[in-house]
Design a protein around this ligand. Sequence first.
Ligand code: ZN
Length: 357
Amino acid sequence: MRKDSKPIDCDVHPTVSDIKVLLPHLEGYWRDSVEERGIGSLESAAYPPNAPLTARPDFRGENGYAATNVSELSSHVFDRWGAGTAICNCLYGVQLIFNEDMARAFHRALNDWIAKEFLDRDARLRASIIVPMQNVEYAVDEIERCAKDRRFVQIMVLAMQETPLGRRHYWPIFAAAERLGLPIGIHAGSNYRNPVTSLGWPTSYVEDYTSQAQGFQSQVASLITEGVFAKYPKLKVVLIESGVTWLPAFLWRFSKFWRGARTEIPWVDRSPAEIVRDNFRLTIQPFDGPSDPHDVERIVDHLKSDDMLLFSSDFPHWQFDGDETMPRGIPERLRHKILVENPLATYDRLNDAPEQA
Ligand code: ZN
């Protein structure tokens, strides 16, 4: 384990404020296409400057957007809140593109932009590889291309895909992840190919965001029942911005029905709750639990593991008051594990010596 024991922030979000910042990283054909076809922003809700509640005023830079460059991000995450390392998970609408070739070009550009504008400019930063799930072959190519740079420590996909993540056509992605020692980070969000609730389209953003937990539940069930961890036992999955408190009740239900119907899926040879404890981790902001430490202890008891929670600020999302990036109620005895030990045990590449990274 590394000597430095500063907090590791497992979820921060660089913001693409304008598609033009990606132009230098696009191949000529796609650069021309942006101009000639008038392709505008791929993201409709990246902390828009005119929506004051989407990011705190002190998080925003001069152009009104938050975390558009490394100094805006580092000044909060490192200088103000004292993290020693942070993992950039860039949310930009590249997952929504229908054209597979265009998706590949924009994913490449986004990963190269993160490397050049963030990783190259602050040695404390790491990043997730954003992969074009529109085409599995392209996704694996992008993972292998970026993984050569050991500052990429994870593969990131959205919680809601076109089909459940455990389906066999995605398995080459899990094979690459296990082979390269990269966790799959599943971040809240949708490519909006399907409604965000199983009942159809909701009316409000509140319903959309609350429904993300349903998406995470379905992905956990899919990955386990399809047999992903029987085939790739070393694969780690991190649920990012998923909330935490839905998990124990879901696992009781899932494990109970597995006991009754496990002959259907004989490759799942132990309880889903056990598989989750071994192979899944969760980031803690926004924490959807109580603020009393005794109550939080009970939730951790229900998880039956101290190893599962990873610190995250979710900057520049506005998830906490003041500078209290650690949710209220996290018991003192768990703080160091959540801040440092669990992230180091989850992300192999964070244990690299500085000269390796
Ligand atoms: Zn996040």
